[in-house]
Ligand binder design. Structure first.
Ligand SMILES: CC(C)(COP(=O)(O)OP(=O)(O)OC[C@H]1O[C@@H](n2cnc3c(N)ncnc32)[C@H](O)[C@@H]1OP(=O)(O)O)[C@@H](O)C(=O)NCCC(=O)NCCS
Length: 311
């Protein structure tokens, strides 16, 4: 096998909806400010669900959609930055829930670029012959680490999980990753200390994202041997519509399908790309086999992106 492909997707979101008007009861804010600055209308907040529950339910759906069984899976990789429980790691907790008996199992933390990093490591493992069928999950319970008295962050984040089943393939359908980071700007988003909260320098992140990402997104396409204008769909990290929409326009692809799940889900960090992609696939909005650019960016400041073929 010379490559890998995403066979199927699945996602899970808590049923509890927190609207902008609900938030205005908690902190001094309003629907107009939130929608105009970040484009979010509402987000889902976990109630009794744990990180492992959400990851497990998303993975279960992806597995059910794949036609494979737990016995076929030999690798589980989880991207998360909000999991408080450290050991056993999230990947083995998910494997246990799904009855996957002896997989390679590890977690990755590169914040909001976590899913693209995790997908790349799974692709590399398959190409190296270390895995045939893997599950890769992005999951966050950011409500656990949100300061609900801080209006500058409380309005942004949400909870959820998305998962992909990735299998060996003769034709490489996950393109080479472009990954990197800007450690000098690491202080712009921090989750530090004992019982930490997310803190961010919003304008620093905004300026970095709007300045650096267009060239990086184009380079990820170049590595896959396609022009940005040939993309059919774009699924970036769901941080902010004011970042996503100009970035999508700069790709220059006519009729580009752009994920805008941030509007209903808020920013769910490592979960945002697989959740958004899973919904587009479920609604059959992207033709199977079409080139889709995934691009994650965030805490670190890290970034990673790759062109995949839609399952
Ligand atoms: C966070 C972000 C929406 C803030 O928007 P901004 O235009 O930079 O807003 P500022 O922080 O400059 O604040 C502007 C004003 O709005 C106020 N404000 C902040 N949060 C508010 C809220 N939720 N509701 C109402 N007013 C708010 C501020 O107090 C400030 O008031 P002042 O002018 O009286 O001092 C924006 O910087 C952003 O999207 N950054 C990128 C963040 C991101 O995407 N992070 C994730 C990457 S993974």
């Amino acid at each position: 096998m010379t490559g890998s492909r995403i066979v199927s997707m699945g996602h899970y979101q808590p049923s509890k909806v927190l609207t902008n008007d609900d938030l205005a009861q908690i902190v001094e804010t309003n629907d107009e400010w939130i929608q105009s600055r970040v484009g979010i209308k509402e987000r889902r907040i976990a109630d009794t669900e744990t990180v492992a529950d959400m990851a497990g339910w998303a993975a279960e759906k992806a597995l059910a959609n794949s036609g494979l069984t737990a016995a076929d899976i030999d690798l589980v990789v989880v991207a998360t930055t909000s999991s408080i429980d450290r050991c056993p790691n999230m990947a083995t907790r998910v494997a246990r829930k799904l009855g996957i008996t002896a997989p390679g199992a590890y977690d990755i933390n590169t914040a909001c670029s976590g899913f693209s990093y995790a997908l790349a490591t799974v692709d590399h493992a398959i190409r190296a012959g270390a895995s045939k069928n893997a599950i890769v999950i992005g999951v966050e319970k950011l409500s656990d680490i949100t300061d609900w008295t801080d209006r500058s962050t409380a309005v942004i984040f949400g909870d959820g999980a998305g998962a992909a089943v990735v299998s060996a393939s003769d034709e490489p359908m996950i393109g080479p990753v472009l990954w990197g980071s800007d450690p000098e700007k690491g202080d712009a988003i921090v989750i530090e200390g004992w019982r930490p909260y997310i803190q961010q320098a919003g304008q620093t992140v905004f300026r970095w994202a709007t300045f650096a990402l267009p060239a990086l997104a184009a380079e990820a396409c170049e590595r896959a041997g396609i022009k940005p204008s040939e993309l059919v769909a774009f699924v970036p990290h769901q941080a902010n519509l004011r970042i996503i929409e100009p970035l999508a326009r700069k790709l220059g692809a006519p009729d580009l399908i752009v994920a805008r799940d941030v509007v209903e889900s808020g920013n769910t960090s490592a979960a945002s790309i697989p959740m958004a992609l899973s919904k587009l696939v479920e609604r059959r909005e992207i033709p199977s086999g079409a080139p889709v650019l995934l691009f994650g960016f965030g805490g670190g400041l890290t970034y990673a992106g790759q062109v995949i073929r839609c399952p």
